[in-house]
Design a protein around this ligand. Structure first.
Ligand code: SAM
Length: 276
């Protein structure tokens, strides 16, 4: 009989946030697959649990997934944990879960802390519908494209961000999505937990040297046409063109974007520029 793969959420700061079910599961399994074994060892020591650990991080997940699947097939039960919060969410595990399902191995989630949900519920921004983006790409063009693809979404947007990239990311969000209402959740569940609420512009004036872990909750595009699009539509076609040109778009894509913003056929925009 095959073993079970448990996906066990661990605290995102406050160790008291571990659930009773998570403790029972970690005590009962044969192995614990961990993103960083040294980090997990600290939590296990805190809980007085001693178990064989197998490292499973982003770069070795593909190879480790096969090893873990063969152990599960031998009937061993395995718990997968990440450094903090819920495995798979911006953390390793997706490949392993996919592989387990493919091999008819039972997958059991053990829910617990997750930074995006913890931040969202105290953000004061609509939690009715939301889109979790996670980390934005590092590459400037990919980051811009990603944000542009989120522009029209009328749902709350949730981002994870590292402290040294926070100011740049807030500036990019403001430039591309507009000066939206946001909530910044810092150091959730820890001693210095803090929520900053307001419009991006005002928040940018107040933050200079961000430290700690951050979740950004950004209001969705409820007006379909935001301030920036509105301004672009009231500007000349040349100005509209150079806005997207400065963001690195190809001519073909710029024509598509202008046509969408202004709600006019692509060909009209195309004709305008070739007849100039
Ligand atoms: N799997 C985790 C979860 O369930 O939330 C997320 C792991 S991801 C590698 C780490 C990112 O999550 C951090 O860079 C930060 O954006 C966010 N995060 C994790 N813990 C946090 C905390 N205590 N306060 C604020 N953000 C946190």
């Amino acid at each position: 009989m095959e073993g079970i793969l448990y996906l066990v959420a661990t605290p995102i700061g406050n160790l008291d946030d571990i659930t009773l079910r998570a403790i029972k599961t970690l005590e009962a399994v044969d192995y614990i697959a961990a993103e960083d074994t040294r980090h997990t060892l600290k939590i296990l020591n805190h809980l007085n649990i001693s178990k064989p650990l197998i490292s499973c991080y982003k770069e070795n997940e593909l190879i480790k997934s096969d090893i873990l699947i063969s152990k599960l097939k031998e009937g061993k039960n395995i718990a997968l944990v990440s450094d903090a919060g819920t495995p798979v969410i911006s953390d390793p595990g997706e490949e392993l879960v996919h592989n387990a399902i493919k091999n008819n191995i039972k997958v059991v989630p053990i829910p617990g802390a997750c930074a995006l949900i913890t931040a969202l519920i105290a953000s004061g921004i609509s939690a009715k519908e939301f889109c979790f983006v996670g980390f934005l790409p590092v590459n400037k063009t990919e980051k811009t494209n990603k944000l542009l693809s989120l522009h029209e979404i009328d749902k709350t947007l949730i981002f994870y961000e590292a402290p040294h990239k926070l100011l740049n990311t807030l500036t990019c969000i403001k430039e591309i999505l507009g000066n939206r209402k946001i909530a910044i959740a810092r150091e959730l569940t820890k001693i210095h937990e803090e929520f900053i609420y307001g419009y991006i512009d005002d928040i940018l004036k107040d933050i200079s040297n961000p430290k700690g872990e951050f979740v950004l909750i950004v209001e969705g595009n409820y007006n379909q046409k935001d301030e920036i699009t509105e301004k672009l539509c009231n500007s000349s076609l040349e100005e509209h063109f150079s806005f997207y040109n400065n963001l690195g778009y190809s001519k073909k894509d710029i024509i598509k974007l202008i046509s969408k913003d202004r709600n006019v056929p692509k060909n009209d925009i195309y004709q305008y520029f070739i007849n100039k």
